[in-house]
Design a protein around this ligand. Structure first.
Ligand code: 5GP
Ligand code: MN
Length: 342
Protein backbone atom coordinates (compact mmCIF):
# COMPACT_ATOMS: atom_id res chain seq x y z
CA UNK A 1 0.00 0.00 0.00
CA UNK A 2 1.36 3.44 -0.90
CA UNK A 3 1.77 6.27 1.59
CA UNK A 4 -0.94 8.15 -0.31
CA UNK A 5 -3.31 5.23 0.29
CA UNK A 6 -2.48 5.17 4.00
CA UNK A 7 -3.27 8.90 4.01
CA UNK A 8 -6.58 8.24 2.23
CA UNK A 9 -7.56 5.68 4.88
CA UNK A 10 -6.54 8.12 7.61
CA UNK A 11 -8.79 10.74 5.99
CA UNK A 12 -11.64 8.22 5.72
CA UNK A 13 -11.28 7.39 9.43
CA UNK A 14 -11.30 11.05 10.44
CA UNK A 15 -15.12 11.05 10.47
CA UNK A 16 -17.31 8.47 12.26
CA UNK A 17 -17.97 5.36 10.17
CA UNK A 18 -19.77 2.07 10.50
CA UNK A 19 -17.04 -0.56 10.36
CA UNK A 20 -16.94 -4.37 10.24
CA UNK A 21 -13.77 -6.34 10.86
CA UNK A 22 -13.57 -9.86 9.45
CA UNK A 23 -10.96 -12.50 10.32
CA UNK A 24 -10.65 -15.82 8.43
CA UNK A 25 -12.68 -18.96 9.16
CA UNK A 26 -11.50 -20.98 12.17
CA UNK A 27 -9.79 -17.86 13.52
CA UNK A 28 -6.43 -18.41 15.21
CA UNK A 29 -4.67 -16.17 17.74
CA UNK A 30 -3.39 -13.84 15.04
CA UNK A 31 -6.71 -13.53 13.21
CA UNK A 32 -8.73 -12.78 16.32
CA UNK A 33 -5.92 -10.86 18.08
CA UNK A 34 -5.45 -8.48 15.13
CA UNK A 35 -9.22 -8.08 14.71
CA UNK A 36 -9.88 -7.23 18.36
CA UNK A 37 -6.86 -4.91 18.52
CA UNK A 38 -8.21 -2.95 15.55
CA UNK A 39 -11.68 -3.04 17.14
CA UNK A 40 -10.36 -1.40 20.33
CA UNK A 41 -8.51 1.24 18.33
CA UNK A 42 -11.48 2.12 16.10
CA UNK A 43 -14.28 1.93 18.67
CA UNK A 44 -13.27 5.26 20.20
CA UNK A 45 -14.65 7.13 17.18
CA UNK A 46 -16.58 4.57 15.13
CA UNK A 47 -19.43 2.10 15.27
CA UNK A 48 -17.41 -1.10 14.93
CA UNK A 49 -17.94 -4.83 15.20
CA UNK A 50 -15.82 -7.94 14.59
CA UNK A 51 -17.79 -10.49 12.56
CA UNK A 52 -16.03 -13.87 12.55
CA UNK A 53 -17.15 -16.63 10.15
CA UNK A 54 -17.24 -19.10 13.06
CA UNK A 55 -16.08 -19.63 16.62
CA UNK A 56 -12.52 -19.82 17.96
CA UNK A 57 -10.91 -21.94 20.70
CA UNK A 58 -11.56 -21.34 24.39
CA UNK A 59 -7.90 -20.44 25.06
CA UNK A 60 -8.59 -17.17 23.16
CA UNK A 61 -11.86 -16.34 24.92
CA UNK A 62 -10.18 -14.17 27.57
CA UNK A 63 -9.12 -11.60 24.95
CA UNK A 64 -10.53 -8.15 25.75
CA UNK A 65 -13.57 -7.50 23.54
CA UNK A 66 -14.26 -11.23 23.08
CA UNK A 67 -17.88 -10.75 24.19
CA UNK A 68 -18.57 -8.27 21.34
CA UNK A 69 -17.63 -10.66 18.50
CA UNK A 70 -20.48 -11.85 16.24
CA UNK A 71 -20.34 -15.26 14.58
CA UNK A 72 -21.70 -15.42 11.04
CA UNK A 73 -22.64 -19.11 11.28
CA UNK A 74 -24.48 -18.98 14.62
CA UNK A 75 -25.70 -15.35 14.60
CA UNK A 76 -26.48 -15.13 10.93
CA UNK A 77 -29.17 -12.43 10.94
CA UNK A 78 -27.33 -10.18 13.38
CA UNK A 79 -24.10 -10.61 11.44
CA UNK A 80 -25.76 -9.76 8.13
CA UNK A 81 -27.32 -6.68 9.69
CA UNK A 82 -23.90 -5.51 10.89
CA UNK A 83 -22.28 -6.18 7.51
CA UNK A 84 -25.08 -4.52 5.55
CA UNK A 85 -24.81 -1.23 7.41
CA UNK A 86 -21.01 -1.04 7.18
CA UNK A 87 -19.28 1.66 5.16
CA UNK A 88 -15.82 0.10 5.64
CA UNK A 89 -14.93 -3.59 5.92
CA UNK A 90 -11.49 -4.65 7.14
CA UNK A 91 -10.36 -8.12 6.01
CA UNK A 92 -7.69 -9.38 8.38
CA UNK A 93 -5.26 -12.31 8.16
CA UNK A 94 -6.59 -13.70 4.86
CA UNK A 95 -6.46 -12.54 1.28
CA UNK A 96 -9.02 -14.47 -0.78
CA UNK A 97 -12.73 -14.43 -0.01
CA UNK A 98 -13.22 -18.20 0.06
CA UNK A 99 -11.19 -18.25 3.32
CA UNK A 100 -14.28 -16.98 5.17
CA UNK A 101 -16.48 -19.81 3.90
CA UNK A 102 -18.87 -19.93 0.98
CA UNK A 103 -21.93 -18.42 2.71
CA UNK A 104 -20.20 -15.46 4.28
CA UNK A 105 -18.15 -14.85 1.11
CA UNK A 106 -21.43 -14.45 -0.82
CA UNK A 107 -22.69 -11.77 1.60
CA UNK A 108 -19.35 -9.96 1.73
CA UNK A 109 -18.95 -10.03 -2.07
CA UNK A 110 -22.10 -7.89 -2.35
CA UNK A 111 -20.58 -5.16 -0.15
CA UNK A 112 -20.39 -1.83 -2.00
CA UNK A 113 -18.29 0.23 0.44
CA UNK A 114 -14.56 0.33 1.05
CA UNK A 115 -12.57 -2.84 1.68
CA UNK A 116 -9.24 -2.65 3.47
CA UNK A 117 -7.23 -5.88 3.48
CA UNK A 118 -4.34 -6.31 5.90
CA UNK A 119 -2.61 -9.67 5.53
CA UNK A 120 0.71 -11.52 5.43
CA UNK A 121 -0.16 -14.57 3.30
CA UNK A 122 1.08 -15.16 -0.23
CA UNK A 123 -0.75 -14.31 -3.46
CA UNK A 124 -3.48 -11.84 -2.42
CA UNK A 125 -6.56 -11.43 -4.59
CA UNK A 126 -5.74 -7.95 -5.86
CA UNK A 127 -9.09 -7.58 -7.65
CA UNK A 128 -10.97 -7.41 -4.35
CA UNK A 129 -9.99 -3.93 -3.23
CA UNK A 130 -7.70 -0.97 -3.88
CA UNK A 131 -6.56 -0.93 -0.28
CA UNK A 132 -4.31 -3.93 0.20
CA UNK A 133 -1.62 -3.80 2.83
CA UNK A 134 0.11 -7.11 2.10
CA UNK A 135 3.58 -8.10 3.31
CA UNK A 136 4.54 -11.77 3.33
CA UNK A 137 7.79 -11.03 5.16
CA UNK A 138 6.01 -9.93 8.33
CA UNK A 139 5.43 -12.63 10.95
CA UNK A 140 1.83 -11.82 11.74
CA UNK A 141 -1.13 -9.66 10.81
CA UNK A 142 -0.97 -8.39 14.39
CA UNK A 143 2.48 -6.91 13.75
CA UNK A 144 1.06 -5.36 10.59
CA UNK A 145 -1.72 -3.74 12.64
CA UNK A 146 1.01 -2.14 14.76
CA UNK A 147 2.70 -0.83 11.58
CA UNK A 148 -0.72 0.31 10.32
CA UNK A 149 -1.16 2.35 13.51
CA UNK A 150 2.35 3.75 12.99
CA UNK A 151 1.34 4.84 9.47
CA UNK A 152 -1.77 6.52 10.87
CA UNK A 153 0.40 8.28 13.46
CA UNK A 154 -1.61 6.58 16.21
CA UNK A 155 0.86 4.39 18.14
CA UNK A 156 0.25 6.55 21.19
CA UNK A 157 -3.34 5.22 21.17
CA UNK A 158 -2.14 1.68 21.96
CA UNK A 159 -3.62 0.87 25.37
CA UNK A 160 -3.57 -2.28 27.51
CA UNK A 161 -6.39 -3.95 25.55
CA UNK A 162 -4.82 -3.30 22.14
CA UNK A 163 -1.38 -4.33 23.46
CA UNK A 164 -2.75 -7.61 24.88
CA UNK A 165 -4.51 -8.50 21.61
CA UNK A 166 -1.47 -7.69 19.46
CA UNK A 167 0.89 -9.53 21.81
CA UNK A 168 -1.31 -12.64 21.55
CA UNK A 169 -1.40 -12.50 17.75
CA UNK A 170 2.34 -12.05 17.39
CA UNK A 171 3.12 -14.71 20.00
CA UNK A 172 0.87 -17.35 18.44
CA UNK A 173 1.92 -16.74 14.82
CA UNK A 174 5.64 -16.84 15.65
CA UNK A 175 5.47 -20.03 17.76
CA UNK A 176 6.36 -17.87 20.78
CA UNK A 177 8.95 -15.81 18.92
CA UNK A 178 10.96 -18.71 17.49
CA UNK A 179 10.02 -18.94 13.80
CA UNK A 180 12.42 -17.32 11.30
CA UNK A 181 9.84 -14.58 10.59
CA UNK A 182 10.56 -13.20 14.09
CA UNK A 183 12.85 -10.18 13.65
CA UNK A 184 14.44 -7.58 15.88
CA UNK A 185 11.57 -5.28 14.85
CA UNK A 186 9.13 -7.90 16.16
CA UNK A 187 10.96 -7.93 19.49
CA UNK A 188 11.02 -4.11 19.64
CA UNK A 189 7.26 -4.04 19.05
CA UNK A 190 6.75 -6.75 21.68
CA UNK A 191 8.80 -4.70 24.15
CA UNK A 192 6.63 -1.65 23.50
CA UNK A 193 3.45 -3.75 23.92
CA UNK A 194 4.68 -4.88 27.33
CA UNK A 195 5.36 -1.23 28.18
CA UNK A 196 1.76 -0.44 27.18
CA UNK A 197 0.41 -3.04 29.60
CA UNK A 198 0.44 -6.46 27.86
CA UNK A 199 1.02 -8.95 30.67
CA UNK A 200 3.36 -11.35 28.86
CA UNK A 201 3.55 -14.11 31.48
CA UNK A 202 -0.22 -14.12 31.95
CA UNK A 203 -0.86 -14.22 28.19
CA UNK A 204 1.47 -17.21 27.71
CA UNK A 205 -0.27 -18.93 30.61
CA UNK A 206 -3.79 -18.26 29.27
CA UNK A 207 -2.94 -19.52 25.79
CA UNK A 208 -0.57 -22.41 26.45
CA UNK A 209 -1.19 -23.63 29.99
CA UNK A 210 -4.95 -24.08 30.02
CA UNK A 211 -5.10 -27.56 28.47
CA UNK A 212 -7.93 -29.93 29.26
CA UNK A 213 -7.20 -33.55 30.17
CA UNK A 214 -8.84 -34.62 26.90
CA UNK A 215 -6.55 -32.38 24.87
CA UNK A 216 -3.44 -33.99 26.38
CA UNK A 217 -4.90 -37.48 25.84
CA UNK A 218 -5.56 -36.53 22.20
CA UNK A 219 -1.96 -35.33 21.90
CA UNK A 220 -0.84 -38.72 23.23
CA UNK A 221 -2.96 -40.42 20.59
CA UNK A 222 -1.54 -38.17 17.85
CA UNK A 223 2.03 -38.93 18.92
CA UNK A 224 1.33 -42.68 18.89
CA UNK A 225 0.01 -42.28 15.33
CA UNK A 226 3.12 -40.43 14.13
CA UNK A 227 4.54 -41.91 10.93
CA UNK A 228 8.05 -41.36 9.66
CA UNK A 229 9.14 -41.30 6.03
CA UNK A 230 12.77 -40.76 6.83
CA UNK A 231 14.05 -41.07 3.28
CA UNK A 232 12.13 -37.88 2.44
CA UNK A 233 12.78 -36.16 5.81
CA UNK A 234 9.02 -36.24 6.33
CA UNK A 235 6.78 -37.11 9.26
CA UNK A 236 3.00 -37.05 9.50
CA UNK A 237 0.14 -37.67 11.90
CA UNK A 238 -3.35 -39.04 11.28
CA UNK A 239 -6.32 -38.38 13.56
CA UNK A 240 -9.63 -40.05 12.84
CA UNK A 241 -13.02 -38.70 13.88
CA UNK A 242 -13.36 -41.68 16.25
CA UNK A 243 -10.11 -40.72 17.97
CA UNK A 244 -11.27 -37.10 18.30
CA UNK A 245 -14.58 -38.27 19.77
CA UNK A 246 -12.90 -40.67 22.23
CA UNK A 247 -10.88 -37.76 23.62
CA UNK A 248 -13.73 -35.27 23.92
CA UNK A 249 -12.36 -33.08 21.12
CA UNK A 250 -12.96 -29.35 21.49
CA UNK A 251 -12.19 -26.64 18.95
CA UNK A 252 -8.50 -25.77 19.02
CA UNK A 253 -7.39 -29.05 20.61
CA UNK A 254 -5.31 -30.05 17.58
CA UNK A 255 -3.68 -26.65 17.13
CA UNK A 256 0.11 -26.93 17.26
CA UNK A 257 0.14 -30.75 17.21
CA UNK A 258 1.76 -30.80 13.75
CA UNK A 259 4.78 -29.02 15.23
CA UNK A 260 5.67 -32.15 17.21
CA UNK A 261 6.22 -33.97 13.92
CA UNK A 262 8.44 -31.13 12.72
CA UNK A 263 10.43 -31.17 15.97
CA UNK A 264 11.97 -34.54 15.13
CA UNK A 265 15.66 -34.30 14.38
CA UNK A 266 16.29 -34.38 10.64
CA UNK A 267 12.64 -33.85 9.67
CA UNK A 268 11.95 -30.82 7.47
CA UNK A 269 8.41 -31.58 6.25
CA UNK A 270 5.50 -32.37 8.57
CA UNK A 271 1.78 -32.84 8.12
CA UNK A 272 -1.31 -33.63 10.14
CA UNK A 273 -4.48 -35.06 8.61
CA UNK A 274 -7.62 -34.66 10.68
CA UNK A 275 -10.88 -36.33 9.74
CA UNK A 276 -14.01 -34.15 9.86
CA UNK A 277 -17.02 -36.36 9.29
CA UNK A 278 -19.50 -33.48 9.46
CA UNK A 279 -17.81 -31.46 6.71
CA UNK A 280 -16.87 -34.66 4.86
CA UNK A 281 -13.26 -33.54 4.50
CA UNK A 282 -9.81 -34.23 5.83
CA UNK A 283 -8.38 -30.98 7.22
CA UNK A 284 -4.67 -30.72 6.53
CA UNK A 285 -1.94 -28.68 8.21
CA UNK A 286 1.50 -28.62 6.64
CA UNK A 287 4.74 -27.29 8.10
CA UNK A 288 8.32 -27.16 6.81
CA UNK A 289 11.79 -25.94 7.64
CA UNK A 290 14.05 -24.19 5.12
CA UNK A 291 13.20 -23.57 1.48
CA UNK A 292 10.65 -26.33 0.89
CA UNK A 293 7.38 -24.42 0.28
CA UNK A 294 4.32 -26.04 1.82
CA UNK A 295 2.25 -23.16 0.41
CA UNK A 296 3.12 -24.38 -3.08
CA UNK A 297 2.69 -28.04 -2.14
CA UNK A 298 -0.78 -27.34 -0.76
CA UNK A 299 -1.81 -25.22 -3.74
CA UNK A 300 -0.64 -27.96 -6.09
CA UNK A 301 -2.30 -30.93 -4.39
CA UNK A 302 -4.60 -30.08 -1.51
CA UNK A 303 -6.71 -27.03 -2.46
CA UNK A 304 -5.07 -24.77 0.09
CA UNK A 305 -2.19 -22.42 0.69
CA UNK A 306 -0.68 -20.17 3.34
CA UNK A 307 2.98 -19.37 3.88
CA UNK A 308 6.20 -21.05 2.72
CA UNK A 309 6.67 -22.82 6.05
CA UNK A 310 3.07 -23.12 7.30
CA UNK A 311 0.05 -23.87 5.17
CA UNK A 312 -3.31 -25.56 5.29
CA UNK A 313 -5.43 -27.52 2.89
CA UNK A 314 -8.15 -30.13 2.54
CA UNK A 315 -8.82 -33.47 0.93
CA UNK A 316 -12.05 -35.17 0.00
CA UNK A 317 -10.50 -38.67 0.04
CA UNK A 318 -10.67 -40.94 3.09
CA UNK A 319 -8.12 -40.46 5.86
CA UNK A 320 -6.08 -43.44 4.63
CA UNK A 321 -6.54 -42.37 0.99
CA UNK A 322 -5.22 -38.90 1.85
CA UNK A 323 -2.18 -40.34 3.62
CA UNK A 324 -1.55 -42.60 0.64
CA UNK A 325 -1.79 -39.66 -1.80
CA UNK A 326 0.55 -37.65 0.42
CA UNK A 327 3.19 -40.37 0.58
CA UNK A 328 3.00 -41.03 -3.13
CA UNK A 329 3.65 -37.33 -3.89
CA UNK A 330 6.91 -37.22 -1.95
CA UNK A 331 9.14 -38.67 -4.72
CA UNK A 332 8.13 -35.72 -6.95
CA UNK A 333 9.76 -33.43 -4.39
CA UNK A 334 12.83 -35.58 -3.75
CA UNK A 335 15.37 -32.94 -4.77
CA UNK A 336 13.78 -30.17 -2.69
CA UNK A 337 13.27 -32.39 0.35
CA UNK A 338 16.80 -33.76 0.29
CA UNK A 339 18.38 -30.31 0.12
CA UNK A 340 20.20 -29.60 3.34
CA UNK A 341 19.58 -25.90 3.77
CA UNK A 342 18.23 -26.06 7.30
P1 5GP B 1 -3.13 -24.08 9.87
O1 5GP B 1 -2.39 -25.28 9.42
O2 5GP B 1 -2.64 -23.60 11.21
O3 5GP B 1 -4.62 -24.20 9.75
O4 5GP B 1 -2.75 -22.92 8.84
C1 5GP B 1 -1.43 -22.56 8.56
C2 5GP B 1 -1.42 -21.28 7.76
O5 5GP B 1 -1.99 -21.51 6.47
C3 5GP B 1 -2.24 -20.16 8.39
O6 5GP B 1 -1.57 -18.96 8.15
C4 5GP B 1 -3.54 -20.22 7.66
O7 5GP B 1 -4.16 -18.97 7.63
C5 5GP B 1 -3.15 -20.72 6.28
N1 5GP B 1 -4.17 -21.60 5.71
C6 5GP B 1 -4.77 -22.66 6.33
N2 5GP B 1 -5.64 -23.26 5.52
C7 5GP B 1 -5.60 -22.58 4.34
C8 5GP B 1 -6.31 -22.73 3.10
O8 5GP B 1 -7.14 -23.62 2.89
N3 5GP B 1 -6.00 -21.82 2.12
C9 5GP B 1 -5.08 -20.82 2.31
N4 5GP B 1 -4.84 -19.98 1.29
N5 5GP B 1 -4.41 -20.67 3.46
C10 5GP B 1 -4.66 -21.52 4.46
MN1 MN C 1 -1.52 -14.84 10.63
Amino acid sequence: MTNTQFEQIKELLSTPQSISIIPHRNPDGDAIGSSLALYHFLKVKHDVCVVAPNDYPSFLKWLPGNETVKFFDKQNNQSKKVLNKASIVFLLDFNVLHRIGEDMAKTVAEFKGTFVMIDHHQQPDTDLTDYIYSDTSICSTSQMIYHFLEKLGAVDKVDEAIASCLYTGIMTDTGSFRFPSTTSTTHRIIASLIDKGANNAQIHNQVYDTNSYGRLQLLGCALRNLKLVESYKTAYILLSQAELDQNNFQKGDTEGVVNYALSLEGIIFAAIFIEDVEQKIIKISLRSKGSFSVNQFSRNHFNGGGHDNAAGGRSELTLEGTAHKFESLLPEYELELKKTDV
